[in-house]
Design a protein around this ligand. Sequence first.
Ligand SMILES: Nc1ccn([C@H]2C[C@H](O)[C@@H](COP(=O)(O)O)O2)c(=O)n1
Ligand SMILES: [Zn+2]
Length: 187
Amino acid sequence: MASQPNSSNGTQTPRDINTKREDVLSWEDYFMATAVLAAKRSKDPCSQVGACIVNDDKKIVGIGYNGMPTGCSDDDFPWTKKEKRLYVCHAEMNAIVNKNSADIKNCTIYVVLFPCDQCAKIIIQSGLREVVYLSDKHESKETTQAAKRMFDSARITYRQHIPQNRKIEIDFEEINWDATVQRAPSP
Ligand SMILES: Nc1ccn([C@H]2C[C@H](O)[C@@H](COP(=O)(O)O)O2)c(=O)n1
Ligand SMILES: [Zn+2]
């Protein structure tokens, strides 16, 4: 039995290194965490949004975050609330445009913030089937209500993600630690 950090909650628990780990990240937390990680690339000072598209085989087929269009320098274009809306590409749009699969029909999109009306249209036209979101902080906005109306009409389901783990930590040091454990001979 070896003592090694439990990556899901950071505590030190004894773990048998010859037995399969059970306390792994759930698929749902994994996909939403991927969207949250993508959001960390965003230069937007107010809202960092990420999106992750997943197919029926649980393969990630697209990732995106909100940012200026390619060729439009994020140093030259404005980030004020009023002006940025003219330029910024939303996370959902980038995830769809950046897809690495020919077909994203019937896929699920995991997104940090509920899609706006413009993204809803792109989601519908791309044939996505389900939207899983973390925050609905703009639920009273006309754009969110329009998005929901279109999703309902187009029979695209949407649901809020309830995380199993409130916090998911990435500790790069832990990777080196694991390598040491893996070199230990098994009985
Ligand atoms: N579903 C969404 C909603 C918003 N965004 C982006 C667009 C802006 O960069 C930012 C929102 O800015 P705020 O109104 O909070 O100043 O988030 C997105 O990518 N996807
Ligand atoms: Zn949008």
